[in-house]
Design a protein around this ligand. Structure first.
Ligand SMILES: NC(=O)c1ccc[n+]([C@@H]2O[C@H](COP(=O)([O-])OP(=O)(O)OC[C@H]3O[C@@H](n4cnc5c(N)ncnc54)[C@H](O)[C@@H]3O)[C@@H](O)[C@H]2O)c1
Ligand SMILES: [Zn+2]
Length: 376
């Protein structure tokens, strides 16, 4: 199944193509759209080994010349140092205002290359070729670009929309299982935000999706991109409705900060826990039926997704420390921490008046359950 979803943003509108064998068709899709005879590809060492060849072969077949920058994989690449190095490579390759930058990779490459494209020569065309499940359902769509600063993640960046997104689900075949599961947490998020039928579809098809079924993956990526496109079109700069995409993320960011952004807890694993905590909080506030929390936990647990805090090496989780991390959340306004809560599976909304004592109770109970090694 090959589909396309358009992101409707007036003169900055663009298409997301989703499906199989798209890397091999990249040249014929990019050429006519941008009239480019040359592109600059940004990727990382893993992708250079696995998928860069298919992309460059299709560019060559379409008569498109290319230069490439191959960067080290990992979050540390979203840095000022790598940005400067990348911009220098682009200038050395004589990129012009009309030379498209193509990001082949996960969210790290997409965020860095997108930011570079937004500032190189005051902005050059940008194309996303996301290769992780997270990037296909989330980071490649919507135009947020960023690098990390010493004082926190994603603190320096721009809103800069791509001209085209190519989400080739076949590229996911080489993605390590842990990365697939991390992306799956974001997939579940879309069902919880406003699409209960999609959540039910995931209950039936989630195992096949995680197991590598390309058709299932294409269906899910399409559903997520449709949802994200709709939300972004209504609120491009996160001044209102786009904030629901943050479901589970206030908790997730605090957990990631505490776990040190390392291999202990990936972003997606933190999101899986964050979704559970957001529903737990909603239940405690009397907003959501307990059965919906149970259904969410059952779905995640059935797929061996995280529903319980992992042990921290040499120390314990402390709710006090997690609460302190909320204060540095980008969405805090006038000292209040906003949470996306749920009335049901598929009905999420932003709440700015959450009593800190209830948040603390959610964390205390999660920490106690983890320490006891008991059921979630
Ligand atoms: N801009 C946004 O809206 C947005 C949204 C969510 C997340 N993000 C950002 O995305 C980043 C995380 O992205 P990610 O989860 O894609 O991680 P990532 O880009 O670090 O990729 C994860 C790992 O998988 C490897 N990899 C990628 N594709 C592969 C493939 N097809 N086969 C084998 N290996 C492959 C990479 O080399 C890397 O080692 C974070 O920096 C986060 O801040 C941005
Ligand atoms: Zn996320």
């Amino acid at each position: 199944m090959n589909t396309s979803v358009s992101v409707d943003l007036g003169d900055r509108s663009y298409d997301i193509h989703i499906g199989r064998h798209l890397l091999g068709r990249a040249g014929s899709l990019v050429g006519p759209l941008l009239g480019a005879s040359r592109v600059f590809v940004v990727t990382d060492e893993n992708l250079a080994r696995l998928h860069l060849g298919s992309l460059t072969a299709s560019l060559e077949a379409a008569g498109i010349d290319h230069a490439c920058a191959v960067l080290p994989p990992g979050e540390a690449t979203k840095s000022f140092g790598e940005l400067e190095r990348l911009l220098d490579l682009m200038l050395a390759a004589r990129c012009e205002r009309s030379t498209p930058i193509v990001a082949l990779g996960g969210g790290v490459i997409g965020d860095l290359a997108g930011f570079a494209a937004s500032i190189l020569l005051r902005g050059v065309p940008f194309i996303q070729v996301p290769t992780t499940l997270l990037a296909q359902v989330d980071s490649s769509v919507g135009g947020k670009t960023a690098i990390n600063a010493a004082r926190g993640k994603n603190l320096v960046g721009s809103f800069y929309q791509p001209r085209l997104v190519l989400a080739d689900v076949d590229a996911l075949a080489t993605l390590p299982e842990r990365e697939v599961k991390s992306g799956y947490a974001e997939v579940v998020k879309y069902g919880l935000i406003d699409d209960a039928p999609f959540f039910a579809w995931l209950e039936t098809n989630g195992a096949a999706l995680l197991g590598g079924d390309a058709e299932c993956r294409a269906v899910a990526v399409t559903a997520c991109c449709r949802a994200k496109a709709r939300i972004v079109a209504a609120d491009e700069r996160e001044e209102g409705g786009r904030v629901v995409l943050n479901l589970g993320h206030t908790f997730a960011h605090a957990l990631e900060t505490e776990a040190g952004f390392g291999t202990l807890l990936t972003h997606g694993e933190a999101v899986s826990l964050g979704l559970v905590f957001a529903f737990d909080l909603s239940v405690r506030l009397g907003l959501c039926p307990p059965a919906d929390l149970e259904r969410l936990v059952a779905h995640l647990a059935a797929l061996a997704m995280p529903v319980r805090l992992p042990p921290l090496p040499g120390r314990l989780w402390q709710s006090e420390r997690l609460l302190a991390h909320f204060a540095s959340d980008k969405k805090v306004k006038d000292g209040r921490v906003p949470f996306v809560l749920a009335k049901r599976i598929g009905q999420s909304f932003l709440c700015r008046e959450v009593p800190p004592v209830t948040v603390r109770a959610v964390l205390d109970d999660a920490i106690r359950t983890a320490a006891e090694g008991g059921a979630p």
